[in-house]
Ligand binder design. Structure first.
Ligand code: SF4
Length: 248
């Protein structure tokens, strides 16, 4: 019997890319990297555009040059598809589903976890998965269940900062870290103010799509995140820029 298949989950963030770089550096077995791209709608990626450009123009070609095959997965479902669907149960039945909930994101469930789970089912039993969790993320490391999931960052004692430096040295640090400390969709309800401000300043077309969604009537919730509507955030930024007077 040959050795089991070894795959690396990859978001093209610093930790998952560093794990792949470590695998290559130390001659660890690695058959492929698996990436799941969340989509806003059929045509627009859910990745922050700078990160998406990095993935397709820099990172995938670099991995392929290193001999790492990259598998790209996408769900049939999209953010807009979920947003515009109808609630089927409970007191909001019939309303437009609208914004995903912080901490219980339907996009994560349907656009990310499902395609990855489906892909996993096609892999032979005993497949080993490399997970990009750093040696200083003890809580997450403790949740790795068993021998088929391995953190190479833990094995080679790489902290998050070490992972960042390794990617930087290899010319494989996503530009997303210039304005965010996390990856994630540009429409994420957990996005910090700085990330939203980046979207507002640099991607007005995407911003406009969110305002269009906010304007749809009959939504189950008006709130984009725990406290604000997207229109609230838009108004705040326009106030900051002096485009409209500050509310009293
Ligand atoms: S990054 Fe945010 S919006 Fe995207 S799947 Fe994760 S929780 Fe949901």
């Amino acid at each position: 019997m040959g050795r089991p298949l070894h795959i690396a989950g990859c978001s093209f963030g610093k930790d998952s890319l560093a794990a792949i770089l470590l695998a290559k550096e130390h001659g660890e077995p690695l058959d492929e990297a698996v990436y799941c791209e969340v989509m806003f709608d059929r045509d627009i990626s859910g990745e922050v555009p700078e990160h998406r450009d990095f993935i397709y123009s820099t990172a995938i070609p670099a991995l392929e040059r290193m001999g790492v095959k990259v598998v790209v997965l996408r769900s049939e479902q999209t953010y807009v598809g979920l947003f515009t669907g109808r609630v089927t149960r409970g007191k909001r039945k019939g309303m437009v589903r609208s914004f995903p909930l912080c901490g219980k994101c339907a996009v994560q469930r349907d656009c990310k976890v499902k395609p990855l789970e489906r892909y996993k089912e096609t892999l032979p039993p005993g497949t080993v998965r490399y997970i990009g969790i750093a040696s200083d993320e003890q809580d997450r490391l403790l949740r790795l269940d068993g021998a088929q999931k391995i953190s190479l960052l833990e094995k080679y004692d790489y902290t998050e900062q070490d992972a960042r430096s390794l990617c930087e040295k290899a010319g494989l640090l996503s530009p997303i870290y210039e304005f965010s400390d996390r990856g994630g969709c540009w429409f994420c309800p957990n996005a910090k103010r700085r990330e939203l401000r980046h979207l507002y300043d640099h991607h007005p077309d995407l911003w406009a799509h969110m305002l269009e969604l906010q304007a749809i009537p009959g939504k189950a919730t008006e709130k984009f995140n725990r406290t604000q509507t997207f229109a609230d955030i838009d108004r705040l930024f326009r106030e900051e820029d002096g485009q409209i007077p500050k509310a009293a």
